[in-house]
Design a protein around this ligand. Structure first.
Ligand code: NCD
Length: 441
């Protein structure tokens, strides 16, 4: 075949945590949607000059809310996919707090198929742990797995009953799928909007202590020990949660955890800056500086092995409600990559190779994807990053329908300049490819 197309990505710094490679000497060939060693003879070669850029294997954001089905004024699978491509993200795991809750095999398949039809990002659906995420009856985890669920979570809500969590963790072991818990003792957080600290006090906002998170993290860790189950803790933010993770590691429990970028970049003093603007309202809430420092340290130590956005888009009208009534959530897909560079790599806290593991091998392991990064023969999923470009966050430029972020106006370092999925460019220089297969539903 003489008119075969090949893409050569030349001269970049290839950072591949799967193969532990950080090299200026590796060029990447893409042939028929896969990474190749060399082009077939006579191929039509398109060269991409990647000098000065970082070349990374598929970046995974394993915690996003696409609101589809049911709340498509907040986000759809299509708009969320566009936001992912724009943010340099090649794969996402979608939380099941849709309407209805993604708790049946049919819904899991629907989310997966819709994601494939849009075709801009790989979508790994997460199924609910309990029916309707009501915490009363275990969902049919086996059939959810068969339908393609990569993990289980009632995110947005904790699995409150210890007995239910014990059962779920027991299944996780046999099903080889992780249980992701949103750890929060709701009897302590009920009615709270923010972290219980000085900023909350000054503004007179209802608040809850971070102990509410840590208590359930400890419970979950102990249950992981009891069951031998597979636990992943969503968006850990409390200092004492990290101590539980350290305990889990000492005892070699199968426990992993993620941090959200807003908890890395901001503390609760952001509330004083934004006053009663609900862009700072997120669950778990922005924490004090001491917790932020502890979280950064836990990332460096490998106690927290994933960074995920908790992309939680809401409509402007909803976020414009009075602070206490506004929904929790930050739209994070289009800033996560830069937040990771700004919080971890730029200040020299972690090497680029270790930091990018948090969005590649880390989530890959939690979701059981078994990818090999940019090894020959793998699907050509990659992201090109300009690591030194400084830019100011402007939510009006987001592809997401949610423009709610307290990072608005902040200067971040590093930006994705191209995203490729399966050998196709889904974004180049900020322009997202048209999702040709999708219809507006
Ligand atoms: C999440 C959402 O909006 O779905 N919001 C958030 O602030 N993280 C759910 C949740 O975890 O509360």
């Amino acid at each position: 075949m003489s008119d075969m197309q090949a893409i050569l990505i030349r001269g970049g710094r290839v950072i591949d945590p799967y193969r532990q490679i950080d090299s200026h000497d590796e060029d990447v060939w893409v042939v028929e949607g896969r990474v190749a060693k060399a082009p077939p003879t006579g191929a039509d070669v398109m060269e991409v000059d990647a000098r000065g850029l970082w070349v990374l294997p598929r970046l995974i954001d394993m915690h996003v809310h696409f609101r589809d089905p049911g709340q498509t004024w907040k986000e759809t699978i299509e708009t969320g996919s566009r936001a992912a491509a724009h943010g340099g993200i090649g794969a996402v795991a979608t939380m099941p707090n849709t309407v209805p809750v993604t708790d049946t095999p049919e819904l899991v398949e629907w989310v997966k198929n819709r994601g494939e039809a849009v075709g801009l990002v790989r979508i790994f659906p997460i199924g609910a742990v309990t029916v309707g995420s009501q915490g009363e009856e275990l969902a049919d985890l086996f059939r959810l797995k068969q339908a393609g669920a990569r993990a289980f979570s009632d995110d947005g809500l904790p699995v409150a009953s210890s007995r239910m969590m014990r059962a779920a963790l027991t299944y996780s072991r046999d099903l080889e799928r992780v249980i992701i818990n949103h750890a929060e003792d709701r009897s302590l957080t009920d009615g709270a909007s923010v972290h219980e600290g000085l900023a909350a006090h000054r503004l007179g906002l209802p608040a809850a202590p971070e102990t509410a998170e840590a208590m359930m993290v400890w419970r979950d860790v102990l249950l992981a020990g009891l069951t031998g189950g597979w636990l992943h803790l969503a968006h850990v933010s409390a200092r004492e949660s990290l101590e539980a993770l350290s305990y889990a590691r000492q005892h070699q429990y199968r426990v992993t955890a993620e941090a959200a970028p807003h908890h890395l970049l901001l503390n609760d003093e952001a509330l004083l800056r934004w006053q009663y603007d609900s862009v700072t309202k997120v669950n778990p809430p922005l924490r004090p500086e001491s917790s932020r420092q502890a979280l950064l340290k836990a990332l460096k130590q490998g106690l927290v092995n994933v960074v995920a956005s908790d992309h939680a888009p809401h409509h402007l009208d909803e976020k414009a409600l009075p602070y206490v009534q506004a929904p929790f959530g930050i739209s994070g897909l289009e800033t996560i990559l830069s937040a990771l560079i700004t919080a971890l790599i730029e200040p020299g806290l972690m090497t680029a190779l270790d930091a990018w593991a948090l969005m590649t091998t880390g989530p890959d392991q939690v979701l059981g994807l078994h990818s090999q990064g940019l090894a020959e023969g793998e699907p050509a999923d990659l992201t090109l990053i300009n690591p030194t470009r400084k830019w100011q966050v402007d939510p009006a430029a987001f592809y997401s329908l949610g423009h709610n972020t307290p990072l608005a106006g902040m200067k971040l370092t590093g930006q994705a300049v191209a995203t490729m999925v399966g050998g196709r460019w889904t974004m180049r220089e900020g322009e997202v490819a048209y999702a040709g297969l999708s219809e507006i539903s």
